[in-house]
Design a protein around this ligand. Structure first.
Ligand code: NDP
Length: 518
């Protein structure tokens, strides 16, 4: 990893993923062999980083391989201490972190603070719970194998490669990093090319606490660096990003049978039941859809409202939304769109919805004023249109009237994505939540599941598979190891060529008693 302080921009920009020779503000570029990270709001340079190729990535993984043995050897208690020290160091420097997140990703300081807080909660939980969840545990051997002492434990995989997105540059990779580390793995982390400075900050603060071995390392660069990590021989890749890239990651990992965890895109829904608290629902829809400028994998993108309360709900939503504005200020309601190419997607979805009979009740095409997008709320949008079926990843909401809960559930379950969901209902919130095809659901709250560290987080369908967070998130970075120890010999030798006819007859009697009666 090469990190240089932010000098003034010099030299000719090499082609970057935007395909432009001179990159637009906020588009990372490679200049003089360095990845230049810039603010999406102002274009100001934030830092320069290495463009790590296959050799650098393999070297990092080799170092991690040695470090993994040392880290696993520390045991749960020592790791808990060190991870807690890291959490404390981050918490004490929270202003520095959120300011960097604001400068590099554009998000307002408030959004950055919420993100960082939840990430700290996850480090804390993973560090505290790892021993109980992953340590040796006796299990019943059952009547058939009553002479055995059976136990299971969850040793670490070794080296985990974490590939992260830019939209939550602290929280999303931390869902893998903290849990993989707590389980005893070394980690090689490739942040998005849009947020290498934040990634570097995380790795540097960790190294200040754990300096004996490179347990958490950074590799930086463009997509090719991530691809090299997939082929580097790591024991698992934890990927968070778009579904399209996820497929490429899986294909690359298939070459070496490297297991993968896929945290991909979403098209989350919020359902408003007829008996819902409409003020709370409108507030949640707005925050769920517009915070972080809508660039949230579990952000609300679609709202389905039962017919009797539809008009009232839309009125409340419109009133609240009308005062929100995007801007570059640290205390803006919404920050800029971090990835300039996403502006085209947002614009296309709005235009397409309007062209097919949709109406904008807040904002419209004029709300797109790159790099900012002000809130847009669309109604009467046909279900098959892009704004309903594809991930928009901007501050837009579609709101539709539904006849009943059945209708709401059917439409909610009608996209290829299935990540999170929200239900507002007084009487049947959990009942509706259970019927939704999603990995998580919040009832009468918004993305609450992400902040409950004990709850597993992950998707279904195009939203991916595998789980971060919670006990499942810890186990994701381990392999179950089962041990059956013979406590005493049985009078009849079952698993032996010395088995006699008498033993077989006894076994038949046992089978009838054990399995033929209950
Ligand atoms: P991308 O898919 O563009 O990139 C994700 C990561 O993959 C980046 O680090 C990227 O590097 C890297 N990458 C790109 N190409 C390859 C490749 N061929 N092989 C290996 N790695 C590669 O996603 P975004 O960064 O744009 O993030 C937004 C997406 O992430 C949205 O779809 C969002 O829904 C999803 N997401 C999902 C979450 C979840 O928990 N389910 C949470 C947060 C976001 P580089 O940036 O350098 O190209």
């Amino acid at each position: 990893m090469t990190v240089q302080p932010a000098p003034s921009r010099s030299g000719q920009p090499a082609p970057n993923r935007s395909g432009l020779e001179t990159p637009a503000p906020g588009v990372p570029s490679v200049v003089d062999g360095a990845l230049v990270s810039t603010s999406p709001a102002t274009g100001e340079e934030v830092g320069r980083f290495g463009v790590d190729g296959e050799a650098e990535v393999r070297a990092a993984v080799a170092r991690a391989r040695d470090a993994a043995g040392w880290w696993a050897g520390q045991g749960f208690k020592a790791r808990k201490k060190l991870l807690s020290a890291w959490r404390r160091a981050m918490a004490q420097r929270i202003d520095e972190l959120t300011e960097l997140m604001h400068r590099e990703g554009g998000k307002p300081l408030d959004d950055a603070l919420i993100e960082a807080t939840i990430a700290l909660e996850h480090i804390d939980w993973a560090a505290r719970k790892a021993e109980k969840v992953l340590g040796p545990r006796r299990v019943s051997a059952g009547l058939l194998m009553a002479n055995q002492a059976a136990s299971v434990e969850y040793p670490p995989l070794g080296v985990v490669g974490v590939i992260g997105p830019w939209n939550y540059p602290v929280l999303t990779p931390m869902g893998s990093i903290a849990y993989a580390l707590a389980a005893g793995n070394a980690v090689v982390f490739k942040p998005s090319e849009y947020t290498p400075a934040v990634g570097s900050w995380l790795v540097e603060t960790f190294a200040e606490v754990v300096s004996d071995a490179p347990v958490l390392q950074l590799v930086t660069g463009l997509g090719e660096t991530g691809a090299a990590l997939c082929r580097s021989g790591v024991d698992k890749i934890a990927f968070t990003g778009s579904t399209a890239t996820g497929k490429k990651v899986m294909a690359a990992c298939a070459e070496t049978l490297t297991p993968v965890l896929m945290e991909c895109g979403g098209k989350d829904v919020l359902i408003v039941d007829a008996d819902a608290d409409l003020d709370a629902a409108a507030d949640a829809a707005l925050w769920g859809g517009m915070s972080n400028a809508g660039q949230t994998c579990v952000g609300v993108e679609r709202v389905y409202v039962l017919e009797p309360v539809y008009d009232q709900f839309v009125d409340k939503l419109v009133t609240r939304a009308s005062s929100l504005k995007a801007g570059a200020e640290p205390d803006a309601d919404l920050g800029p769109i971090t990835m300039p190419s996403q502006i085209d997607v947002i614009r296309r979805h709005i235009d397409d919805a309007l062209a097919h009979g949709g109406r904008a009740v807040v904002g419209g095409p004029e709300s797109v004023r790159a790099p900012f997008v002000d809130p847009v709320i669309l109604v009467d949008v046909p279900e098959e249109s892009a704004a309903i079926q594809e991930e928009t990843f901007g501050p837009t909401l579609t709101v539709a009237k539904v006849a009943d809960v059945e209708d709401a559930v059917n439409r909610a379950n009608g996209t290829r994505y299935a990540l999170g969901a929200t239900v507002f209902s007084k009487r049947r919130g959990v009942e509706i939540a259970r019927r939704l095809r999603s990995g998580m659901a919040s009832v009468n709250g918004i993305v609450s599941f992400a902040g409950v560290a004990a709850l597993p987080f992950g998707g279904v369908g195009d939203s991916g598979f595998g789980r971060i967070h919670g006990e499942d998130g810890l186990r994701e970075f381990t392999r179950p190891k089962s041990i059956a120890r013979t406590r005493f010999s049985l009078p009849m030798a079952l698993l032996s060529f010395d088995r006699t006819e008498k033993t077989n007859a006894l076994l038949k009697t046992l089978v009838r008693r054990l399995y033929g009666r209950r």
